[in-house]
Design a protein around this ligand. Structure first.
Ligand code: CA
Length: 234
């Protein structure tokens, strides 16, 4: 956090129109945004500053975003990074995630979406301190890879565990099948494939085995024509 107590975001983006709507949109949601339009200057600032989240465009003058990210991680800067990518930059997104990016957002995007991702990263960081992801009685231990419901073990495959973790970490946020495919399966699946639905169905089935009321399985919500969301409990 900055001295003012506001979350401080570093935005490295050379397109002025995007920078303008991100700066005003995030400022309107109570975040402080520092904007830089050049890769080298952005890297320098990210190295010396103490930002809560870095929003990083890939195509930049001076030094491209992936190179900025690589240098940051090499220097031990652990601030979460959200990459901004063009639609056709799948290879860059994958490389970015491999280089230590925490998330990415494809252009064009709504500032609400970016804000949601920033909040999700903050929640994820808070959760990282204990390595436990928990919603209600459902608990995932990311170190031991153990999943439990009311202290009874759930036997999940790696894929099922990763999918559940992905949804639970950002409870309340809707993820499309494509987003889930890219994050959990890790590459560009045929979007018409139903592996996500099949995997969700299996997870729900396993939850129902332990909780026959169906309430636990219902925590994973299908959002019509959109995707899936893990219900956020307050
Ligand atoms: Ca750019």
């Amino acid at each position: 956090m900055s001295n003012s107590g506001l979350m401080e975001i570093l935005l490295i983006e050379d397109e002025q129109a995007i920078a303008d709507f991100v700066c005003s949109g995030l400022a309107g949601r109570g975040l402080k945004v520092r904007h830089i339009d050049d890769g080298n200057a952005g890297l320098a600032l990210a190295l010396e500053g103490n930002f809560d989240v870095i929003v990083l465009d890939i195509m930049l003058p001076g030094r491209d975003g992936l190179s900025v990210l690589k240098e940051l991680r090499k220097a031990g800067v652990a601030a979460p990074v959200i990459l901004l990518t063009a639609r056709n930059e799948l290879a860059d997104r994958v490389e970015g995630l491999n280089l230590g990016a925490d998330d990415y957002l494809a252009k064009p995007f709504f500032v609400e979406e970016l804000h949601a991702r920033i909040q999700a990263l903050q929640r994820r960081l808070a959760g990282d301190r204990t390595n436990i992801v928990q919603v209600d009685h459902l608990k995932l231990d990311r170190i031991t890879r153990h999943a439990s419901l009311a202290d009874r073990s759930i036997d999940l495959t790696t894929r099922e565990f990763n999918l559940l973790e992905y949804l639970m970490r950002s409870a309340g946020q809707v993820f499309t099948r494509s987003q889930i495919l890219e994050h959990v399966w890790g590459y560009d699946f045929d979007p018409s494939t139903n592996v996500v639905d099949v995997c969700i169905k299996r997870i729900r089935g396993k939850l129902t085995e332990l909780d026959s009321t169906g309430e636990s399985a219902a925590l994973i919500e299908s959002v019509r024509a959109a995707g899936y969301r893990f219900r956020r409990l307050s």
